[in-house]
Design a protein around this ligand. Structure first.
Ligand code: PSU
Ligand code: MN
Length: 301
């Protein structure tokens, strides 16, 4: 474990479910390396989180990264799965919820991902709401994401984030991003334009003793945004296909992601990779700004 990861201060946590279950297996190892590189370029240290053979890893070797990307035995673990997976000596990729929990325990304050889990469409009947939301209500970590996918019920997800006291900040945007598209059509409660503003908010959150997370919503770069019309069509078809195939529970998100990748001739994949790289870079900038903020605060007191 490197010093930055050991102290947590200079590290950016990265989740592994996106690598194992969110991207096509043929290219996901390469993408995982690029994500780590994007963090390094900002002068921060990447710490991809996963469980391997019954042990929690905060930071992966290249071999381990490839294994998480390619080994079909690697299951998807949210927070509730962790203890059981460890007891069984299994290997698992961690969701936003599980990664947030483990990274925070390791002292890491900033985390980059693609999209958050949220409230699913039809949740009034299914009760399907990702554990990501509750996790962010109780873990004081900053998650950089590109909003949530419109495969979810976006207004309901924003309402739940409010109920759970999770701060939601648009990065250089007034609209909450919709993952493949820059704007979901819903406003963000707050906007910031510089990483230092996020670092200052983190500082105040800690000083207030608040235990909840901060979501920094960073839209996909404009040149990689999906055509909104293709996006709408694919979404409708994917939701119908999932229903017809009887896909339920934790398989819903990976199924819909796979459907997008298969039905958009690479457009959704290009957007997905670009937005994750952008989030990794922004998380690195926030970590750097956070180090400076803490030094200034110490100087003041
Ligand atoms: N949203 C995405 N890509 C992903 C996920 C969500 O756009 O890969 C993954 C993340 O790991 C997230 C998890 O934490 O799916 C949520 O799954 P569930 O809805 O089963 O909690
Ligand atoms: Mn679910």
């Amino acid at each position: 474990m490197s010093e930055a990861i050991a102290s947590g201060a200079g590290a950016v946590a990265l989740e592994s479910t996106i690598i194992s279950h969110g991207l096509p297996a043929e290219t996901s190892a390469e993408t995982a390396r690029e994500i780590e590189q994007a963090v390094r370029r900002e002068g921060a240290v990447p710490a991809t989180v996963a469980v391997l053979d019954g042990l929690v890893h905060i930071g992966l070797s290249d071999d381990a990264l490839v294994r998480v990307a390619e080994d079909a035995e690697v299951v998807k673990a949210s927070t509730r799965d962790l203890a059981v997976v460890l007891a069984k000596g299994m290997s698992a990729a961690t969701t936003v919820a599980a990664t947030s929990y483990l990274a925070n325990r390791a002292g890491i304050r900033v985390f980059a991902t693609g999209g958050l889990g949220g409230v699913h469409r039809g949740s009034r009947e299914s009760w399907d709401e990702s554990a990501d939301l509750a996790a962010l209500g109780s873990v004081p970590i900053t998650v950089v994401c590109a909003g949530v996918k419109s495969i979810l019920d976006v207004p309901a997800t924003l309402e739940r984030l409010e109920t759970l006291s999770v701060s939601v900040i648009g990065y250089r945007t007034d609209g909450f991003p919709g993952f493949y598209v820059r704007d979901s059509g819903l406003p963000v409660p707050w906007r910031v334009d510089e990483p230092a503003e996020v670092a200052a908010a983190m500082q105040h959150r800690d000083a207030l003793g608040l235990a909840s997370g901060i979501v920094v919503a960073n839209p996909v770069p404009p040149e990689h945004e999906m055509d909104p019309e293709l996006h709408e069509e694919t979404l409708a078809a994917g939701v119908a296909a999932a229903e017809a195939a009887g896909v339920r529970g934790k398989d819903v998100t990976p199924y819909l992601l796979g459907f997008f990748h298969e039905h958009t001739s690479g457009a959704s994949l290009a957007a997905n990779v670009a937005l994750v790289l952008g989030n990794a870079a922004l998380a690195g900038k926030i970590v750097r700004a956070s180090g400076r903020e803490r030094l200034t605060a110490r100087g003041r007191s």
